[in-house]
Design a protein around this ligand. Sequence first.
Ligand code: KIV
Length: 274
Amino acid sequence: METTPERPPRRRIRIPHLQALKESGEAWPMLTTYDVHSAGIFDDAGIPVLLVGDSAANSVFGHETTIPITIEEMVPLVRAVTRSAKHALVVADLPFGSYQVSVEQAVGTAVRLMKEGRAHAVKLEGGRAFAPHITAVVNAGIPVMGHVGFTPQSEHRLGGYRVQGRGDTSTSVVADAHAVEDAGAFAVVLEMVADQVAKTVTGELRIPTVGIGAGPHTDGQVLVWTDMAGLGRGRVPSFVKRYADLAGALDAAATSFARDVRARRFPGAEHTFT
Ligand code: KIV
């Protein structure tokens, strides 16, 4: 049967598939998701990698930063996504404070996301300083996606949302990405990284890079789904492209529902048991 590039063959995506995409030069998409409906829709749409990001802190729980979300809040979101996604590789974020204390803590949290959330892999933020954590989690049999450049959990140390890798800091981003690869990660997110630095990293690393605000040269591209689909009503970063206006669609639906109820047009006969 012929398949289109938009709808790849239905099979469970595994890490070697991502590696093969890197080797063939084919770019791939990744989206965040935190619930059963969006996960099922993105899975059916052929998104190969779904990230249950700690951006749920903002997108689900309404916090200003990703710092407050806990592992107890993350696990049920991960479980909802893994119940729903039949083909995608599901990666779950280790939230702030659930891995920084020690390598043992990192392994313990990653195990929970795999065992209770049924994730297929985990992601954690940090470069050279977190190489031992990545290695320990990988040695426990758990695939790790790294995350370098702008790391939102460290936004207070980094002085806010700032592009990383400009000027003198470029060598630091490159060194962090190499450290993550050498520690055993299967892929690395580059967030808000100057595009030429992302290009260098993507060229130098054997593992795939996934960009968010890192320009066009990375192997994959990730967006927070509520930004991508226009569900959030706040400001979105300049690197986001909005592909839909879900907030507008929901507003229109809720307004029509309310109008029908007030005018006694809903429920109609077809919605009524006799
Ligand atoms: O939590 C998240 O959504 C992320 C992406 C920004 C990569 O880490």
